[in-house]
Design a protein around this ligand. Sequence first.
Ligand code: SF4
Length: 403
Amino acid sequence: MTTAQPSLTAPDAAGGPQDVQPTPLALLLLGREADPRSERGVECPGDLPSPSDPDLVERARAAKEKLGDKVFVLGHHYQRDEVIQFADVTGDSFKLARDAAARPEAEYIVFCGVHFMAESADILTGDDQKVVLPDLAAGCSMADMATAEQVAECWDVLTEAGVAERTVPVSYMNSSADIKAFTGKHGGTICTSSNAKRALDWAFEQGEKVLFLPDQHLGRNTAVRDMGMSLDDCVVYNPHRPNGGLTAEQLRDAKMILWRGHCSVHGRFSLDSVNDVRARIPGVNVLVHPECKHEVVAAADYVGSTEYIIKTLEAAPAGSAWAIGTELNLVRRLANRFAPEGKEIVFLDKTVCFCSTMNRIDLPHLVWALESLAEGNLVNRIQVDSETESFAKLALERMLALP
Ligand code: SF4
């Protein structure tokens, strides 16, 4: 039996209020239902160490030492310091997946990041390598905004409007394996925040339109800021509205069909936060991630991926001041790292803005995962089925072959 789901009014990431239907994940978070298709909410089997255990650092170190070369720990830039200290490599999601693939002797890849990243690592690593996510509840709200069913329905709408054949899907790395597989199956490519322009250039050589999934902001910012399109060239497909809330004519006129998804962390930065920091710190350089809203990106001095942000700060002169619009764990780490060089680094927003799902990976979960593996118990394995994997790999390979 299906239960009628109440309508919620939520602010649209691009502007005004929108009526949306709560997703299964939203209902789960509200404590009203469970999502049987998801691992979210699954508890760790066995005993999770207490966060107040004074021996956690020593336990993690001992378990990692016992595993030796059999384990390779990946730490995403947005992870907590208590977790990052045990990472063999740090980086963004794509770099980490490639790092894991370059370590075939590691039987266990412990991914300190979120679910879609662990999936990508499983896709890119060998069949005998097992990818482990220390907390299965570490999802990504952006990736969850585009489900396989919704995207299949969208493709039907594009087909009905007579534009599907001329449309090339381009999916951001921050998407589920299902969405990457859809992209591969329909002749599209994956992109990262570093190569989004190259991916769009390639896509417009293959077709006339792009369906950009799932981050509307990265799609819009790349199209308008880097490729000279106008905001009118972009339309937003809302999966919670009939036909995406768009007419066939709007679909036919658009160059960029942007999925209505966004990052709940980067989407929080506002034009007010840019104006406020400029008033507080004269001469400050505003440096933001392209997942931020278009108005924020347009008002910033520099825009780029996490790797770009780190490199820009490395090259910054002593005495310069920077306001950074990305996840707080990374900004705090960079502020501490560059303070001795006389670089002032502040968080762009005045309110705390951690990624709550990234933060689910904490020391107790890492200790639990490492100790379980050291005892021969494979826990929290993330495994993509072979058909999904082969199409997702196709899309990832197209990205690797981008000029
Ligand atoms: S920072 Fe945003 S895109 Fe990254 S994992 Fe968190 S919610 Fe997802």
